[in-house]
Ligand binder design. Structure first.
Ligand code: SF4
Length: 475
């Protein structure tokens, strides 16, 4: 049997984290959630799930796979009710398996509670061991499960106090949805690492609510964007209306700037800024910071597209699509019997020789993580006849690991943590390599440096990470 390779594993890019979507007061809450998750698929492709409630009965369906693989018309029909929460997962704590799919659902003293979480808790090892010592039995190896245990322990104090107790104990990143039989709750950590937005949807004259990781989910289901769930905010939505609580003292936000560099969809508004515009501005600033004399500017689909557009417009060098993507390559494929050099890149992307022959080319990339993908991409352009190959990157060198929900490899696997820019350029086979400055990156968002987490670039972690943390620490 031929080995099957996952293209995601081969991508060499930082992998996404998770996406969440919640609906309140809509007849088709689970169907709407399905489409919301469809729009958020780029945030997690390992598993998907929806929990729905009609006010008394709670039903769940979840499985490994993409949203359209997990849900059918029939199982969406079974998820009846006017409230739902949904989740798409890429594992950042705990293995990728059916046990670790979300939402997680438990019943405690007659109350059903479900959770869907985007982000990573940095004190989950400590909390879990404290809970286990006091008798808690965990079903999964995900950090998110501690939320349910903490909520159950404080349940007798009433919902608001239980929420306050639970979330005061958590450290790290959480844009999170909770659901009981009759209530939808949205919580965003005080740093606001991950995005979370609030929208309104209309159903036959009734007003309903949507909470989602990105605004592109609201667009698809026809919801009106109202505002972001603010850092440190707890929103409780039920038949009594919507209540907003701020249980923690006000502090500076630390939005993940990588959402703008790479993760979020370009049609989303993230932290109040359109991602497409921010990426194009990164390209424009990069063209001013790192001018290169060349014949054409090109992205590698689909990384760096919008930064490449900005770089080309600012520099006056034509933008060309020098590499064509095969859109019909699935997520896995059978490896060739004999080893074909760079097969994993070639199966998906093919250079256009007649554009590249004897040309001086600037590749615009949105990040370099391990450098392995970049190396074969540069080689493919040289083989297609490019005379010079330069690379400009729309963020600074990524030198530090992420502990807040992005599956960056550990620092020693990041090429920029061990090598200078010149060494990296030589390794990739480039004529020159240039990165956007940190100041330029922040400027492209129109916000200030103190609004953001920049830890993977500058090593300054807004919330102290646990030195014992690893993706499989709870396995
Ligand atoms: Fe985002 Fe980097 Fe901060 Fe992680 S370390 S939250 S990827 S900016």
């Amino acid at each position: 049997m031929q080995p099957i390779t996952s293209l995601d594993q081969q991508s060499g890019y930082p992998t996404h984290e998770c996406g969440v979507c919640g609906i309140f007061n809509h007849r088709d809450a689970s169907k709407l959630n399905y489409f919301g998750l469809y729009a958020l698929q780029h945030r997690g492709q390992e598993s998907a799930g929806i929990v729905a409630s009609d006010g008394s009965t709670v039903r769940i369906h979840k499985d490994m796979g993409l949203v359209p693989e997990v849900f059918s018309e029939e199982n969406l029909q079974n998820l009846q009710g006017h409230i739902s929460i949904g989740h798409v997962r890429y594992s950042t704590t705990g293995a990728s398996n059916i046990t670790n799919t979300q939402p997680l659902l438990v019943t405690h003293k007659g109350t059903t509670l479900a959770v869907a979480h985007n982000g990573n808790l940095v004190n989950s090892i400590e909390l879990r061991s404290m809970l286990e010592e006091r008798g808690s039995i965990f079903q999964t190896t995900m950090d998110s499960e501690v939320v349910l245990h903490l909520m159950a322990r404080s349940a007798c104090l009433g919902l608001e106090t239980a929420l306050q107790h639970t979330f005061s104990a958590l450290k790290g990143a959480y844009s999170l949805l909770l659901m009981t039989q009759d209530t939808l709750i949205a919580v965003r950590d005080p740093d606001g690492f991950r995005p979370l937005c609030l929208g309104k949807v209309h159903d036959n004259g009734n007003e309903g609510w949507v909470v989602a990781s990105e605004t592109c989910a609201l667009d698809l289901i026809g919801a009106e964007y109202i505002r972001d769930v603010e850092p440190g905010e707890v929103l409780i939505i039920n038949r009594d209306g919507m209540k907003s609580l701020f249980p923690w003292p006000k502090q500076n936000s630390h939005f993940c700037i990588f959402e703008h560099v790479y993760f979020a969809r370009p049609d989303s508004e993230i932290f109040g800024i359109n991602v497409y515009r921010a990426r194009k501005a990164m390209g424009r600033i990069l063209a001013r910071e790192a001018p290169v004399d060349a014949d054409l500017v090109m992205p590698f689909p689909d990384s760096g597209n919008y930064a490449a557009l900005g770089y080309a417009q600012e520099s006056g060098i034509p933008l060309e699509f020098g590499v064509i993507r095969n859109h019909y390559v699935g997520r896995t494929f059978i490896q060739p019997t004999q080893s074909m050099r760079d097969f994993n890149v070639k199966v998906k992307l093919n250079p256009v020789r007649s554009f590249l022959k004897d040309k001086r080319v600037i590749i615009v990339e949105d990040s370099i993580i391990r450098g392995t993908t970049g190396k074969s991409r540069v080689r493919s352009l040289r083989e297609a006849g490019a005379k010079e190959v330069h690379m400009v990157v729309s963020c600074p060198p990524t030198r530090h690991a992420c502990y807040y929900g992005v599956d960056f490899p550990s620092a020693d696997q990041l090429i920029a943590s061990k090598h200078s820019i010149e060494e990296t350029g030589r390794y990739l086979g480039l004529d020159s390599l240039h990165y956007l400055s940190l100041e330029g990156l922040v400027k492209a968002t129109g916000m200030t440096r103190d609004n953001f987490c920049l830890a993977c670039f500058d090593g300054i972690y807004p919330v102290a990470p646990d030195p014992n943390f690893s993706k499989n620490a709870l396995e």
